[in-house]
Design a protein around this ligand. Structure first.
Ligand code: NAG
Length: 285
C-alpha cells in the first residue's frame, strides 16, 4: 500500500469520527424535551447528514484499505454532495434563526419574549394555526410549566425570588403572563389581574390561570419557542461549522492523494509499456 492510501484511510477514519458529533447533535436536538421536540422535522437533516458522512467514510476507508478505486471514486463523489448539504444546512440554520431575541424587563432577571421581534420562514411556520396547535400541545405535555414551581418553606417562592430567576424562553413565554400586563404574582403559574385594567398586550387576555391553558395560546409562547429553537440551533451550528472545515480539509487532501495514486499508476503503466517496447531491441543487440 502506498503512503497516500494510508493517508486517505486515516482521513476517512477521521471523517468517520467526525460524523459522531453531528449525529450526536441531531439526537441531542431530538431528545431535548420541551422545545425542539415539538418541532421534530428540524433535526432530521442533521441526522441524515451524520449518517451519510459515516457511511461514506466507511466506504472511503474500505476503498483505501483494499485499494478499490471504485469505492474511492464513490467516496469522493458522494462526499462532495455531503459537504454541499452541510453548507446548505448551516446557511439555512442561520437564515431561519436570524432575527429576534428576548427583551429585558426592569427589575427582572428573566427576559420577556414578543412575537413581533421575530420574522421569516420559521416564525411563519410556528405561528401558523394548525402548526401551533401541535407545538403548543407538545409544550403542554412536556410539563415544563409545572416543573417551574419552587416551594420555599411550604409556600411558593416569593415574587422577589421569582424576579431574580433566569427562566428559559419557553418558561418565560408560555408559563407566565407577559410582565407588561402588570398582573400580580400568586405562584409561578397563577397570576391575578386587577378588575378594569387597561391592557395593551393581547396576550394579557389570552392568559388563563387554568393550569392546562396558561399562556399556551399567547404570542409570547410562540416567541419563546422560536427563541429556544434559535439557541439550540446556534449550538448545533457551531459543531457543524467545525466539522465542515475539517471535512473540507480532509476532502482536499483526499483528492490530492487520490490523484497522486493515479499519477503513479499511470507512470508505472507507461513505464512498463516502454520497457515492453524496448525489450526486443535489447534482445537483438
Ligand atoms: C400554582 O398554584 C396552583 C393552584 O394552587 C397549582 O395548581 C399550580 O401547580 C401552582 N404552580 C406551580 C408552578 O407550582
Amino acid at each position: 500500500m502506498r503512503t497516500s492510501n494510508h493517508l486517505i484511510g486515516l482521513l476517512n477514519f477521521l471523517t468517520f469520527v467526525l460524523s459522531i458529533p453531528i449525529l450526536a447533535g441531531g439526537i441531542w436536538l431530538s431528545s431535548k424535551a420541551n422545545s425542539t421536540e415539538c418541532l421534530r422535522f428540524l433535526q432530521w437533516p442533521l441526522i441524515i447528514i451524520g449518517v451519510a458522512i459515516m457511511v461514506v467514510s466507511l466506504a472511503g476507508f474500505a476503498g483505501a484499505c483494499y485499494r478499490n478505486t471504485f469505492l474511492m471514486w464513490l467516496y469522493l463523489f458522494v462526499m462532495f454532495f455531503v459537504i454541499v448539504a452541510l453548507i446548505v444546512f448551516i446557511v439555512f440554520a442561520y437564515a431561519v434563526t436570524d432575527k429576534g431575541s428576548g427583551r429585558t424587563v426592569p427589575s427582572r432577571v428573566y427576559l420577556d419574549y414578543y412575537l413581533q421581534d421575530y420574522s421569516g420562514w420559521l416564525k411563519d411556520r410556528v405561528a401558523e394555526e394548525s402548526y401551533w396547535e401541535k407545538i403548543s400541545s407538545c409544550v403542554r405535555d412536556s410539563k415544563v410549566c409545572k416543573k417551574m414551581g419552587r416551594i420555599v418553606g411550604g409556600v411558593p417562592e416569593s415574587v422577589e425570588m421569582f424576579n431574580l430567576r433566569k427562566l428559559s424562553p419557553i418558561e418565560s413565554g408560555c408559563c407566565k403572563p407577559p410582565s407588561d400586563c402588570g398582573f400580580s404574582y400568586q405562584n409561578e403559574t397563577v397570576w391575578t389581574g386587577v378588575e378594569g385594567m387597561v391592557l395593551f398586550n393581547s396576550d394579557c387576555t389570552n392568559w388563563n390561570n387554568d393550569q392546562s391553558e396558561l399562556c399556551y395560546n399567547c404570542d409570547s409562547c410562540k416567541a419563546g419557542v422560536l427563541a429556544s429553537l434559535k439557541r439550540s440551533w446556534r449550538k448545533v451550528s457551531v459543531i457543524n461549522i467545525v466539522v465542515l472545515i475539517i471535512l473540507v480539509i480532509a476532502y482536499v487532501i483526499g483528492i490530492a492523494a487520490f490523484r497522486n495514486n493515479r499519477r503513479i499508476d499511470n507512470e508505472e503503466a507507461s513505464g512498463e509499456a516502454r520497457m515492453e517496447k524496448a525489450r526486443p531491441s535489447w534482445i537483438h543487440s
